[in-house]
Ligand binder design. Structure first.
Ligand code: BGC
Length: 399
Protein backbone atom coordinates (compact mmCIF):
# COMPACT_ATOMS: atom_id res chain seq x y z
CA UNK A 1 0.00 0.00 0.00
CA UNK A 2 1.21 3.52 -0.80
CA UNK A 3 2.83 5.16 2.21
CA UNK A 4 1.07 8.00 3.90
CA UNK A 5 3.27 10.82 5.07
CA UNK A 6 2.51 9.51 8.52
CA UNK A 7 2.14 6.02 9.87
CA UNK A 8 -1.20 5.15 11.46
CA UNK A 9 0.34 4.95 14.89
CA UNK A 10 1.94 8.39 14.88
CA UNK A 11 -0.88 10.83 14.73
CA UNK A 12 -0.05 14.45 14.05
CA UNK A 13 1.68 16.72 16.43
CA UNK A 14 0.37 19.32 18.82
CA UNK A 15 -2.00 17.02 20.72
CA UNK A 16 -0.61 18.59 23.88
CA UNK A 17 -1.24 22.15 22.68
CA UNK A 18 -2.22 24.10 25.80
CA UNK A 19 -5.50 25.47 24.52
CA UNK A 20 -6.77 22.10 23.33
CA UNK A 21 -6.31 20.55 26.73
CA UNK A 22 -7.10 23.55 28.90
CA UNK A 23 -10.46 24.49 27.44
CA UNK A 24 -12.19 21.20 27.00
CA UNK A 25 -13.94 21.11 30.34
CA UNK A 26 -16.33 24.02 29.78
CA UNK A 27 -19.33 24.03 27.53
CA UNK A 28 -17.86 26.52 25.09
CA UNK A 29 -14.31 26.68 23.94
CA UNK A 30 -12.50 29.95 23.54
CA UNK A 31 -11.51 31.23 20.13
CA UNK A 32 -7.89 30.14 20.57
CA UNK A 33 -8.99 26.56 21.27
CA UNK A 34 -11.25 26.52 18.22
CA UNK A 35 -8.37 27.80 16.13
CA UNK A 36 -6.02 25.24 17.60
CA UNK A 37 -8.44 22.51 16.56
CA UNK A 38 -8.62 24.01 13.09
CA UNK A 39 -4.84 24.00 12.87
CA UNK A 40 -4.75 20.42 14.12
CA UNK A 41 -7.47 19.38 11.68
CA UNK A 42 -5.56 20.75 8.76
CA UNK A 43 -2.51 18.77 9.92
CA UNK A 44 -4.59 15.59 10.09
CA UNK A 45 -5.64 16.14 6.47
CA UNK A 46 -2.12 16.92 5.29
CA UNK A 47 -0.68 13.92 7.05
CA UNK A 48 -3.47 11.69 5.77
CA UNK A 49 -2.52 12.47 2.19
CA UNK A 50 -0.27 10.04 0.36
CA UNK A 51 2.57 11.44 -1.75
CA UNK A 52 0.56 10.68 -4.89
CA UNK A 53 -2.32 12.88 -3.68
CA UNK A 54 -4.74 10.20 -2.40
CA UNK A 55 -6.51 11.06 0.86
CA UNK A 56 -7.18 8.19 3.22
CA UNK A 57 -10.57 8.09 4.97
CA UNK A 58 -9.10 7.05 8.34
CA UNK A 59 -5.58 5.78 8.98
CA UNK A 60 -6.44 3.77 12.10
CA UNK A 61 -9.52 1.89 11.03
CA UNK A 62 -8.56 -1.01 8.77
CA UNK A 63 -11.66 -0.99 6.55
CA UNK A 64 -11.28 2.76 5.97
CA UNK A 65 -7.70 2.64 4.73
CA UNK A 66 -8.85 3.58 1.24
CA UNK A 67 -9.56 6.74 -0.66
CA UNK A 68 -13.25 7.55 -1.12
CA UNK A 69 -14.15 10.16 -3.73
CA UNK A 70 -16.81 11.54 -1.36
CA UNK A 71 -14.63 11.91 1.73
CA UNK A 72 -11.58 12.96 -0.25
CA UNK A 73 -13.44 15.70 -2.13
CA UNK A 74 -14.63 17.35 1.08
CA UNK A 75 -11.10 17.06 2.45
CA UNK A 76 -9.69 18.71 -0.68
CA UNK A 77 -12.27 21.46 -0.36
CA UNK A 78 -11.25 22.02 3.26
CA UNK A 79 -7.60 22.20 2.19
CA UNK A 80 -8.56 24.82 -0.40
CA UNK A 81 -10.34 26.88 2.22
CA UNK A 82 -7.39 26.76 4.58
CA UNK A 83 -4.63 27.86 2.25
CA UNK A 84 -3.45 24.49 0.90
CA UNK A 85 -4.45 24.52 -2.78
CA UNK A 86 -1.38 22.51 -3.79
CA UNK A 87 -2.57 19.59 -1.71
CA UNK A 88 -6.08 19.86 -3.09
CA UNK A 89 -4.71 19.95 -6.66
CA UNK A 90 -2.66 16.81 -5.93
CA UNK A 91 -5.87 15.05 -4.92
CA UNK A 92 -7.65 16.09 -8.13
CA UNK A 93 -4.68 14.88 -10.19
CA UNK A 94 -4.89 11.58 -8.33
CA UNK A 95 -8.55 11.36 -9.38
CA UNK A 96 -7.58 12.15 -12.96
CA UNK A 97 -5.07 9.27 -13.04
CA UNK A 98 -7.40 6.92 -11.20
CA UNK A 99 -10.28 7.54 -13.57
CA UNK A 100 -8.02 7.18 -16.59
CA UNK A 101 -7.54 3.62 -15.36
CA UNK A 102 -11.32 3.13 -15.29
CA UNK A 103 -12.05 4.33 -18.81
CA UNK A 104 -12.54 0.83 -20.21
CA UNK A 105 -14.99 -0.05 -17.46
CA UNK A 106 -17.03 3.10 -18.05
CA UNK A 107 -17.12 2.63 -21.81
CA UNK A 108 -18.23 -0.94 -21.46
CA UNK A 109 -20.95 0.01 -18.96
CA UNK A 110 -22.19 2.80 -21.24
CA UNK A 111 -22.22 0.56 -24.33
CA UNK A 112 -24.01 -2.28 -22.60
CA UNK A 113 -26.53 0.12 -21.07
CA UNK A 114 -27.17 1.71 -24.47
CA UNK A 115 -27.73 -1.77 -25.89
CA UNK A 116 -30.46 -2.35 -23.30
CA UNK A 117 -28.53 -4.75 -21.07
CA UNK A 118 -29.12 -4.78 -17.33
CA UNK A 119 -25.85 -4.29 -15.50
CA UNK A 120 -24.80 -5.78 -12.18
CA UNK A 121 -23.69 -3.52 -9.31
CA UNK A 122 -20.09 -4.64 -9.92
CA UNK A 123 -20.19 -3.30 -13.50
CA UNK A 124 -20.21 0.27 -12.21
CA UNK A 125 -17.39 2.39 -10.86
CA UNK A 126 -16.28 1.82 -7.30
CA UNK A 127 -16.94 4.28 -4.55
CA UNK A 128 -13.43 3.90 -3.14
CA UNK A 129 -9.99 2.94 -4.41
CA UNK A 130 -6.73 1.85 -2.90
CA UNK A 131 -4.36 4.73 -2.27
CA UNK A 132 -2.53 3.64 -5.41
CA UNK A 133 -5.71 4.36 -7.37
CA UNK A 134 -6.73 0.84 -8.25
CA UNK A 135 -9.75 -1.26 -7.43
CA UNK A 136 -9.20 -3.28 -4.31
CA UNK A 137 -9.14 -7.02 -4.78
CA UNK A 138 -12.30 -8.75 -3.60
CA UNK A 139 -14.32 -6.01 -5.25
CA UNK A 140 -17.61 -7.67 -4.34
CA UNK A 141 -17.05 -7.20 -0.64
CA UNK A 142 -17.80 -3.49 -0.42
CA UNK A 143 -21.00 -1.61 -1.19
CA UNK A 144 -19.33 -0.07 -4.17
CA UNK A 145 -22.04 1.14 -6.47
CA UNK A 146 -22.57 4.71 -5.24
CA UNK A 147 -22.93 7.68 -7.54
CA UNK A 148 -22.79 10.64 -5.16
CA UNK A 149 -18.99 10.78 -4.84
CA UNK A 150 -18.68 11.25 -8.59
CA UNK A 151 -20.86 14.34 -8.40
CA UNK A 152 -19.04 15.55 -5.32
CA UNK A 153 -15.61 15.48 -6.91
CA UNK A 154 -16.84 17.53 -9.89
CA UNK A 155 -18.32 20.06 -7.50
CA UNK A 156 -15.14 20.23 -5.39
CA UNK A 157 -12.92 20.52 -8.45
CA UNK A 158 -14.95 23.45 -9.79
CA UNK A 159 -14.74 25.10 -6.38
CA UNK A 160 -11.00 24.61 -6.45
CA UNK A 161 -10.60 26.31 -9.82
CA UNK A 162 -12.97 29.10 -8.83
CA UNK A 163 -10.68 29.95 -5.92
CA UNK A 164 -7.40 29.13 -7.63
CA UNK A 165 -7.72 29.44 -11.41
CA UNK A 166 -5.24 27.13 -13.16
CA UNK A 167 -5.71 26.66 -16.88
CA UNK A 168 -3.21 23.83 -17.07
CA UNK A 169 -5.01 21.81 -14.42
CA UNK A 170 -8.39 22.58 -16.00
CA UNK A 171 -7.18 21.21 -19.35
CA UNK A 172 -5.44 18.27 -17.75
CA UNK A 173 -8.58 17.07 -16.01
CA UNK A 174 -11.02 17.55 -18.88
CA UNK A 175 -10.91 13.83 -19.84
CA UNK A 176 -11.71 12.77 -16.24
CA UNK A 177 -14.49 15.36 -15.97
CA UNK A 178 -16.03 14.26 -19.28
CA UNK A 179 -15.78 10.59 -18.36
CA UNK A 180 -17.55 11.33 -15.08
CA UNK A 181 -20.11 13.55 -16.81
CA UNK A 182 -21.02 10.86 -19.36
CA UNK A 183 -21.25 8.28 -16.61
CA UNK A 184 -23.52 10.36 -14.37
CA UNK A 185 -25.70 11.58 -17.23
CA UNK A 186 -26.34 7.98 -18.27
CA UNK A 187 -26.88 6.38 -14.86
CA UNK A 188 -28.34 8.93 -12.45
CA UNK A 189 -31.80 7.34 -12.61
CA UNK A 190 -30.61 3.93 -11.41
CA UNK A 191 -31.01 2.87 -7.79
CA UNK A 192 -27.61 2.71 -6.07
CA UNK A 193 -26.25 2.70 -2.53
CA UNK A 194 -26.72 5.95 -0.63
CA UNK A 195 -23.84 7.93 0.83
CA UNK A 196 -23.97 5.72 3.93
CA UNK A 197 -23.41 2.72 1.68
CA UNK A 198 -26.86 1.28 2.30
CA UNK A 199 -30.14 0.70 0.42
CA UNK A 200 -28.98 -0.44 -3.00
CA UNK A 201 -32.54 -0.86 -4.18
CA UNK A 202 -33.55 2.75 -3.66
CA UNK A 203 -33.14 6.14 -5.29
CA UNK A 204 -31.91 8.83 -2.91
CA UNK A 205 -32.56 12.54 -3.39
CA UNK A 206 -29.30 13.33 -1.53
CA UNK A 207 -27.37 11.32 -4.12
CA UNK A 208 -29.26 13.03 -6.93
CA UNK A 209 -28.39 16.39 -5.38
CA UNK A 210 -24.68 15.57 -5.46
CA UNK A 211 -24.99 14.52 -9.10
CA UNK A 212 -26.83 17.74 -9.89
CA UNK A 213 -24.15 19.80 -8.14
CA UNK A 214 -21.44 17.99 -10.07
CA UNK A 215 -23.01 18.17 -13.51
CA UNK A 216 -23.90 21.84 -13.23
CA UNK A 217 -20.44 22.69 -11.90
CA UNK A 218 -18.78 20.85 -14.79
CA UNK A 219 -20.93 22.74 -17.30
CA UNK A 220 -19.85 26.06 -15.79
CA UNK A 221 -16.22 25.02 -15.84
CA UNK A 222 -16.17 23.81 -19.45
CA UNK A 223 -18.58 25.92 -21.47
CA UNK A 224 -17.07 24.60 -24.71
CA UNK A 225 -17.45 20.92 -23.83
CA UNK A 226 -20.42 19.31 -25.55
CA UNK A 227 -20.38 16.48 -22.99
CA UNK A 228 -20.54 18.90 -20.09
CA UNK A 229 -23.34 20.90 -21.69
CA UNK A 230 -25.30 17.68 -22.27
CA UNK A 231 -24.70 16.87 -18.61
CA UNK A 232 -26.32 20.15 -17.65
CA UNK A 233 -29.44 19.22 -19.60
CA UNK A 234 -29.60 15.93 -17.72
CA UNK A 235 -29.22 17.89 -14.49
CA UNK A 236 -32.35 19.89 -15.31
CA UNK A 237 -34.25 16.68 -16.00
CA UNK A 238 -32.96 15.27 -12.73
CA UNK A 239 -34.19 18.33 -10.86
CA UNK A 240 -37.67 17.96 -12.31
CA UNK A 241 -37.57 14.28 -11.36
CA UNK A 242 -36.77 15.10 -7.72
CA UNK A 243 -39.52 17.72 -7.61
CA UNK A 244 -42.00 15.17 -8.93
CA UNK A 245 -40.95 12.15 -6.85
CA UNK A 246 -38.63 13.16 -4.00
CA UNK A 247 -40.86 15.36 -1.87
CA UNK A 248 -43.41 14.63 0.82
CA UNK A 249 -45.41 17.47 2.38
CA UNK A 250 -42.93 19.94 0.98
CA UNK A 251 -39.82 18.25 2.41
CA UNK A 252 -37.26 16.13 0.61
CA UNK A 253 -37.27 12.49 1.73
CA UNK A 254 -34.46 10.05 2.37
CA UNK A 255 -35.39 7.78 -0.55
CA UNK A 256 -38.19 7.71 -3.07
CA UNK A 257 -41.22 6.08 -1.49
CA UNK A 258 -40.06 6.66 2.09
CA UNK A 259 -41.37 9.34 4.40
CA UNK A 260 -38.38 9.93 6.68
CA UNK A 261 -35.51 12.37 6.27
CA UNK A 262 -31.77 11.90 6.26
CA UNK A 263 -29.26 14.54 7.36
CA UNK A 264 -27.31 14.13 4.11
CA UNK A 265 -30.22 15.98 2.45
CA UNK A 266 -28.60 19.17 3.71
CA UNK A 267 -26.40 18.85 0.64
CA UNK A 268 -29.37 19.52 -1.63
CA UNK A 269 -29.14 23.13 -0.47
CA UNK A 270 -25.50 23.52 0.61
CA UNK A 271 -23.34 22.93 -1.28
CA UNK A 272 -25.00 21.36 -4.33
CA UNK A 273 -27.74 23.92 -4.89
CA UNK A 274 -30.38 21.52 -6.19
CA UNK A 275 -32.80 23.87 -4.44
CA UNK A 276 -32.02 27.36 -3.13
CA UNK A 277 -30.75 27.11 0.47
CA UNK A 278 -33.24 29.71 1.66
CA UNK A 279 -36.13 28.53 -0.50
CA UNK A 280 -39.24 26.80 0.77
CA UNK A 281 -38.25 23.22 -0.07
CA UNK A 282 -34.91 23.43 1.69
CA UNK A 283 -36.22 25.34 4.71
CA UNK A 284 -38.95 22.73 5.18
CA UNK A 285 -36.35 19.97 4.88
CA UNK A 286 -33.99 21.79 7.24
CA UNK A 287 -36.77 22.10 9.80
CA UNK A 288 -37.41 18.39 9.71
CA UNK A 289 -33.71 17.60 10.07
CA UNK A 290 -33.39 20.03 12.99
CA UNK A 291 -36.49 18.62 14.70
CA UNK A 292 -36.05 14.94 14.03
CA UNK A 293 -32.33 14.32 13.75
CA UNK A 294 -30.67 16.51 16.37
CA UNK A 295 -29.88 14.78 19.67
CA UNK A 296 -30.53 16.53 23.03
CA UNK A 297 -26.94 17.78 23.23
CA UNK A 298 -26.91 19.18 19.67
CA UNK A 299 -25.18 16.42 17.70
CA UNK A 300 -26.75 15.22 14.45
CA UNK A 301 -27.86 11.68 13.58
CA UNK A 302 -27.75 10.31 10.05
CA UNK A 303 -31.37 9.11 10.15
CA UNK A 304 -33.68 7.76 12.84
CA UNK A 305 -33.34 4.06 11.98
CA UNK A 306 -29.54 4.15 11.99
CA UNK A 307 -27.91 1.21 13.78
CA UNK A 308 -24.30 1.53 12.57
CA UNK A 309 -22.14 1.42 15.72
CA UNK A 310 -25.38 1.91 17.66
CA UNK A 311 -26.48 4.97 15.69
CA UNK A 312 -24.54 7.84 17.26
CA UNK A 313 -24.21 11.52 16.51
CA UNK A 314 -21.95 12.35 13.58
CA UNK A 315 -19.41 15.15 13.79
CA UNK A 316 -19.34 15.75 10.06
CA UNK A 317 -23.13 16.12 9.92
CA UNK A 318 -23.24 18.51 12.84
CA UNK A 319 -20.60 20.62 11.09
CA UNK A 320 -22.61 20.32 7.86
CA UNK A 321 -25.71 21.60 9.64
CA UNK A 322 -23.63 24.51 10.94
CA UNK A 323 -22.33 25.20 7.43
CA UNK A 324 -25.93 25.26 6.26
CA UNK A 325 -26.83 27.75 8.98
CA UNK A 326 -24.02 30.07 7.86
CA UNK A 327 -25.64 30.13 4.41
CA UNK A 328 -29.11 30.66 5.87
CA UNK A 329 -28.07 33.67 7.95
CA UNK A 330 -28.24 31.84 11.30
CA UNK A 331 -24.81 32.50 12.71
CA UNK A 332 -25.62 31.79 16.35
CA UNK A 333 -26.87 28.29 15.51
CA UNK A 334 -23.85 27.74 13.31
CA UNK A 335 -21.56 28.64 16.20
CA UNK A 336 -23.39 26.20 18.46
CA UNK A 337 -22.69 23.45 15.94
CA UNK A 338 -19.02 24.39 15.77
CA UNK A 339 -18.71 24.27 19.55
CA UNK A 340 -20.46 20.92 19.71
CA UNK A 341 -18.07 19.41 17.19
CA UNK A 342 -15.07 20.93 18.92
CA UNK A 343 -16.16 19.44 22.24
CA UNK A 344 -16.16 15.96 20.72
CA UNK A 345 -12.46 16.15 19.86
CA UNK A 346 -10.37 13.84 21.97
CA UNK A 347 -7.71 15.31 24.26
CA UNK A 348 -5.13 14.89 21.48
CA UNK A 349 -7.37 16.73 19.01
CA UNK A 350 -8.57 13.70 17.05
CA UNK A 351 -12.12 13.79 15.74
CA UNK A 352 -13.99 10.50 15.45
CA UNK A 353 -16.68 9.63 12.94
CA UNK A 354 -19.40 9.51 15.57
CA UNK A 355 -19.90 9.72 19.34
CA UNK A 356 -22.09 7.52 21.51
CA UNK A 357 -23.70 9.95 23.98
CA UNK A 358 -27.30 9.33 22.90
CA UNK A 359 -27.35 6.19 20.80
CA UNK A 360 -30.44 5.43 18.76
CA UNK A 361 -29.92 1.66 18.90
CA UNK A 362 -27.39 0.93 21.65
CA UNK A 363 -27.79 -2.85 21.30
CA UNK A 364 -26.00 -2.58 17.96
CA UNK A 365 -22.89 -0.85 19.25
CA UNK A 366 -21.06 -3.90 20.59
CA UNK A 367 -21.64 -6.15 17.60
CA UNK A 368 -20.10 -3.52 15.34
CA UNK A 369 -17.16 -3.01 17.70
CA UNK A 370 -16.58 -6.74 17.77
CA UNK A 371 -16.64 -6.80 14.00
CA UNK A 372 -14.50 -3.76 13.13
CA UNK A 373 -13.08 -2.29 16.37
CA UNK A 374 -13.92 1.07 17.98
CA UNK A 375 -15.64 3.67 15.75
CA UNK A 376 -13.21 5.25 13.29
CA UNK A 377 -10.93 8.04 14.54
CA UNK A 378 -9.50 10.30 13.35
CA UNK A 379 -11.91 10.48 10.45
CA UNK A 380 -10.52 12.90 7.90
CA UNK A 381 -14.01 13.84 6.72
CA UNK A 382 -14.93 14.94 10.29
CA UNK A 383 -11.87 17.18 10.40
CA UNK A 384 -12.64 18.50 6.92
CA UNK A 385 -16.19 19.50 7.82
CA UNK A 386 -14.97 21.18 10.99
CA UNK A 387 -12.62 23.25 8.82
CA UNK A 388 -15.35 24.06 6.32
CA UNK A 389 -17.62 25.34 9.07
CA UNK A 390 -14.75 27.13 10.83
CA UNK A 391 -13.80 28.99 7.66
CA UNK A 392 -17.45 29.71 6.80
CA UNK A 393 -17.69 31.45 10.17
CA UNK A 394 -14.33 33.12 10.51
CA UNK A 395 -13.06 33.48 6.96
CA UNK A 396 -11.01 31.46 4.53
CA UNK A 397 -7.28 31.65 4.09
CA UNK A 398 -4.13 30.51 5.76
CA UNK A 399 -4.91 29.53 9.35
C1 BGC B 1 -19.81 6.05 5.71
C2 BGC B 1 -19.47 6.67 4.38
C3 BGC B 1 -18.02 7.08 4.34
C4 BGC B 1 -17.11 5.93 4.74
C5 BGC B 1 -15.66 6.37 4.90
C6 BGC B 1 -18.86 4.90 5.96
O1 BGC B 1 -19.18 4.33 7.14
O2 BGC B 1 -21.14 5.58 5.72
O3 BGC B 1 -20.26 7.80 4.18
O4 BGC B 1 -17.68 7.53 3.06
O5 BGC B 1 -17.54 5.41 5.96
O6 BGC B 1 -15.54 7.41 5.80
Amino acid sequence: MTDLLISPQQQPGRPDGPSLAANRAGDRLDRAALRELAYHSREVLKLGQAENGALIACPNFPVYRYCWLRDGSFCAHALDRTGQPGQAAAFFRWIGRTLAGQEGKVRSALDRHAAGETLAATDFLNTRYTLEGSEESGNDDWWNFQLDGYGTWLWAFAEHLRRFPDEKLREELLPAVELTGRYLAAFWRLPNYDCWEENLEDIHPATLAAIYGGLTAAARLYPASEVCQQGKKQASTLRRFVKAHGLESGSLVKSLGRLDVDASLLGAGVPYGLFPPRGKTMLTTLDRIANELVAPDGGVYRYRQDVYFGGGEWLLLTAWLGWYYTQAGQRKKALDCLHWVARQARPNGEMPEQVAHHLLASEHQKPWEEKWGLAASPLLWSHAMYLILYTALFGEGYL
